[in-house]
Each structure stands twice: as structure tokens, then as C-alpha cells.
Design a protein around this ligand. Structure first.
Ligand code: ADP
Ligand code: MG
Length: 492
């Protein structure tokens, strides 16, 4: 066992070199080598999300690394072992949470000055592509940004990212710019907000420096314009941007743009520009799902070098859904309160902060949740919300309620039994099957599912999903049951 631990420790050291520390810690903390049998190296992961991410993103790399140690290695598999999330599990490798100074180092930070008073605000080093956590919803914008950073002026040109405020557009734009500087140190990158672009144009016109202005932008290898929606009613600036855009595009230079809405929705935008934007890659940046919100918070804690009760983090991740900026804001105020008042934040304090900063949770709701959050899960919290969402395929609208009803009917038990606490096998297995289905088919967060099953902890749901997943590999009956229920739900 100790041997395996050494091997895994060695592998982690190598993996760590290949990514930002925060990303490394986020995915590899609380992992353990479980066993090595028949050429299969089994790595234990603390939760499904880490398992899925690591398997998909780093599986091949880990295989290569381990192969150098284990010559007869055939495969590496990842298995969820929820016990690893406990602090005193001896099997896992401790990763020390060091606040990463490296992260704060300015990557490029170059101020582009052209000697004639024309300057551009450029990149801030704190935004790294590496520290953006794409989650399920933002894989595409993240992958596109990565591709652009390796081959600027390549197939994703222009890259147009749009989405609501606070979802990470500026982070992606700046992070891409910083990464381009790293990959191509000789390139000149200009990051500018559309407001500043407008100001520059106005200033240049006033100072009769249009020629210099044009020359300056012609030298740029990658032009990043943030929040293009502000171009709005400035036809002269738009015209100027249109020419700049065309020049750069024709010269094969990379252009990256962000906006709060898609090109088609941008009113007051010149049609020629609109259609130019559409020539490359247009991707929406979406709000992250629960697990990603939690990972973002954990990552942030790591960066700040603070340790916060996981229940508090789950609570924040659960309630603050719309904006990552708000998510960070709430966390910041919790940390501030922790440091100023020297108290450990509780779920109650977190709810208070959520209410202050994130107005979406009204006072009544907070009162309802307070005191009813064993393990950070609000009892009966989002039943209605989850049902409102539903998932429509082939004319069916499926929601948690429908899945529950169908499962209960199939196993011939009552819905009360399904959401209750009876642990007899004939009740427990249908309950777990139902949780599994809701997770798989409706993509609901563990917290939400737990809440809808009479206020169970999210780890209970996690455990249920893992158990059914394993069962489906050996138990023919379970496979048949699942197929029948899926058919009943119009999924098969
Ligand atoms: P936008 O430009 O879309 O309004 P920002 O890029 O300013 O949003 O993001 C707001 C804050 O949230 C920033 O501090 C950013 O670093 C952080 N953030 C947003 N999305 C993510 C993510 N997926 N992973 C890590 N941090 C994120
Ligand atoms: Mg922004």
C-alpha cells in the first residue's frame, strides 16, 4: 500500500508541474491510490465531479506518467470513494494549501505606449486561462479561448464571446491575451474596452491624430475588445473599428470580442460589423452549474489561503446561481468577516451575506432555510424550482416529480416511501435508482436532489448514484429495471 502511495505521490508531483497550482489542488486534493491489480491502477476520487474531470482531462496524461513507474500498467481507472473527503483518511496524499503567489505575478502587464500620447489599457496579469474553471457549461468558450491562445489568427477568428455580466467573459479575454503573450512573446496584444476605444477615437479626432491611431492599430497582432455593446450610438467610432477590424482580419491577425448579447441582438450595430462578427466563432458563456460554482469557491479559498467549512461553501454555491462575480463577492465578505471578527463563518452568517449582496434571496426564504440546513442542504428547498425547469425531449416535459412518480409506480411503492428514510432493500434500491435517474437525465445538482428527497444530504445522493452505477455493471435486474423506467419516461 505504501508503495502505491509513493507511486501516486510521484505522479502527482509530475502532474503538478503541468498546470496552475490552484487547478491542480482543485482536482487532485483528497485523491488516493486504491489498488493495483491485473495491470489496472485504481485511483480513488472524493467526488463524482473530480472523477469526471480528471478522467476526461488528465486520464491519458496520468496513464503516461504512471507507465514510467509501472511497466506492466494496462489502464488507469478512477473510482469515487466518498470517504476520501474526510480529513483523516490515511490513504490519501495531503496537498498543502499554499496561497499561490505565482498566481498574482503579472504575466504580461505590458503597457503599450506609442510615444505620441496614444496608449491602450492592456492586460492584467491576475486573469489566467488556467484559473478559469470551465465546468460543464463553459467547455466550449474555454476550449475556443485555449485554441486561440495557441494559434492566434487561426480558425477561431474572430472569436466572439457573449453572455450576461459576471460570468467570466473578461476573465477569458484577458486570460487568452496573457496566454498568447506566454506562447508568442513577440506578439503585440491590445486589450481595450469598447468605451476606451471610443474615447481613443474621439481623442485622436480632436488632436488630429487619426493617422497615428490607425498606424498603432495596424501594428497589433491580437486585438481584444471587451463589452462591444457600448459601441451603441457611436457611428464614427464604429466606422473606425470596422476599418481596423477589416485591416487586421485581412492581415490574419486575431480579433477577440465580448458582448453582453449575441451579434444578432446587438441593436445600433452596423450590419457590416454584425456579419463580420459572425464569420468566426460565436459562443455563449453560460452561468456555471452547482458543482462548478462550488469548485470556483474552493479554488478562491485556496488562492486566498483560507479554510472555510464545506457546508458554508455549499450553501453559497447553492444560493448564488446567476453570477460568478456575486459568488466571489459573497465569499469575499465572508472572508472579511472571518478576518475582522475572528470567527468561523457559519451557514447562518453565509445566508446573511448572501442576502446582503445577492438580492435574489429574499428575507423570508432565508428565514425558511435557516436552522433547516443539516449538512448545508436546505430542506425541501427547490422542489418547485426544479419542477419549473424540467427537461423537454420528444414532446415530453420531464421533471423531478414525474421521474419520482414513474419510479414509484414501476416498483409499486408509494411516493412517501420513495422520499422517506426506510432503508429496507425493496425501498432503498428504488430510491437510489430514482436519484440516479434524476441526476443522469435531468442533470440536477446533488444538493437539489437531496432536498427533494425529504432534505437528504448531498453525500447521500452521491452515494446512491455511485451505488447504482456499480450495480449496473453486474446486476442484470437493475439494468432491466432502468431500461424499463427510461422507456416509460420516453427516454429509450
Ligand atoms: P464578465 O466580464 O462576464 O462580466 P468577469 O470576467 O469580470 O465577468 O468575471 C467576474 C469574476 O468572476 C472575475 O473575478 C472572474 O475571475 C470570476 N470568474 C468568472 N467565471 C469564472 C470561472 N469559470 N472560473 C473562475 N473564475 C471565474
Ligand atoms: Mg467584463
Amino acid at each position: 500500500m505504501e508503495d502505491l502511495k509513493d507511486i501516486w505521490r510521484g505522479a502527482l508531483k509530475v502532474i503538478e508541474q503541468t498546470m496552475a497550482r490552484t487547478v491542480f489542488v482543485t482536482w487532485f486534493q483528497n485523491t488516493a491510490p486504491l489498488r493495483y491489480e491485473g495491470g489496472n491502477f485504481v485511483v480513488g476520487m472524493p467526488h463524482v465531479f473530480a472523477k469526471e474531470q480528471v478522467q476526461k482531462q488528465y486520464g491519458a496524461r496520468i496513464m503516461d506518467i504512471l507507465k514510467t513507474q509501472l511497466t506492466d500498467l494496462q489502464q488507469v481507472t478512477f473510482e469515487v470513494d466518498a470517504a476520501l473527503a474526510n480529513t483523516d483518511d490515511e490513504r490519501k496524499i495531503e496537498l498543502k494549501a499554499e496561497p499561490t503567489k505565482k498566481m498574482r505575478r503579472v504575466a504580461g502587464g505590458q503597457e503599450v505606449s506609442f510615444g505620441d500620447g496614444l496608449r491602450s489599457r492592456t492586460l492584467q496579469g491576475r486573469y489566467k486561462l488556467d484559473s478559469f474553471i470551465p465546468g460543464r457549461n463553459n467547455r466550449l468558450p474555454y476550449a475556443a479561448s485555449q485554441a486561440v491562445s495557441t494559434s492566434p489568427g487561426g480558425i477561431y477568428n474572430p472569436l466572439f464571446l457573449y453572455g450576461q455580466v459576471g460570468l467570466g467573459k473578461t476573465h477569458l479575454l484577458q486570460g487568452t491575451g496573457n496566454q498568447i503573450i506566454k506562447n508568442h512573446p513577440d506578439m503585440l496584444i491590445v486589450y481595450i474596452t469598447s468605451e476606451n476605444f471610443v474615447n481613443e477615437v474621439v481623442e485622436a479626432i480632436r488632436g488630429r491624430k487619426m493617422k497615428e491611431f490607425k498606424e498603432k492599430y495596424r501594428r497589433v497582432d491580437c486585438l481584444i475588445v471587451d463589452d462591444i455593446q457600448f459601441f451603441g450610438e457611436r457611428p464614427s467610432s464604429q466606422e473606425e473599428f470596422f476599418h481596423t477590424f477589416n485591416d487586421l482580419y485581412a492581415a490574419g491577425k486575431q480579433i477577440i470580442i465580448s458582448s453582453d448579447r449575441g451579434p444578432k441582438e446587438l441593436q445600433n450595430l452596423d450590419d457590416r460589423l454584425r456579419s463580420r462578427f459572425g464569420m468566426g466563432m460565436v459562443v455563449e458563456v453560460l452561468p456555471p452549474e452547482y458543482e462548478t460554482r462550488l469548485a470556483i469557491l474552493q479554488n478562491k479559498c485556496m488562492q486566498e489561503g483560507v479554510i472555510i467549512d464545506p457546508d458554508v461553501l455549499s450553501c453559497v454555491a447553492y444560493h448564488v446561481e446567476e453570477s460568478v462575480r456575486d459568488l466571489e463577492g459573497v465569499l469575499k465578505s465572508i472572508i472579511a468577516c472571518m478576518q475582522l471578527e475572528k470567527i468561523q463563518p457559519t451557514v447562518e452568517i453565509a445566508l446573511e451575506k448572501i442576502r446582503q449582496i445577492h438580492k435574489a434571496v429574499d428575507a423570508n426564504e432565508v428565514r425558511r432555510y435557516t436552522g433547516a440546513m443539516p449538512g448545508g442542504v436546505p430542506v425541501g428547498a427547490l422542489g418547485a424550482g426544479a419542477q419549473r425547469q424540467g427537461v423537454a425531449t420528444r414532446g415530453f416535459v420531464r421533471n423531478i416529480d414525474l421521474v419520482m412518480t414513474t419510479v414509484a409506480k414501476y416498483y409499486n411503492i408509494s411516493k412517501q416511501d420513495l422520499v422517506g428514510d426506510d432503508r429496507r432493500k425493496e425501498i432503498l434500491v428504488p430510491r437510489q435508482m430514482c436519484m440516479y435517474l434524476i441526476r443522469k437525465e435531468l442533470d440536477e445538482a446533488y444538493e437539489k436532489i437531496g432536498a427533494d428527497f425529504g432534505g437528504k444530504n448531498h453525500t447521500t445522493v452521491l452515494h446512491a448514484c455511485n451505488k447504482i452505477h456499480k450495480m449496473l455493471q453486474t446486476d442484470q435486474r437493475a439494468v432491466r429495471d432502468l431500461a424499463a423506467i427510461r422507456e416509460e419516461l420516453g427516454l429509450a
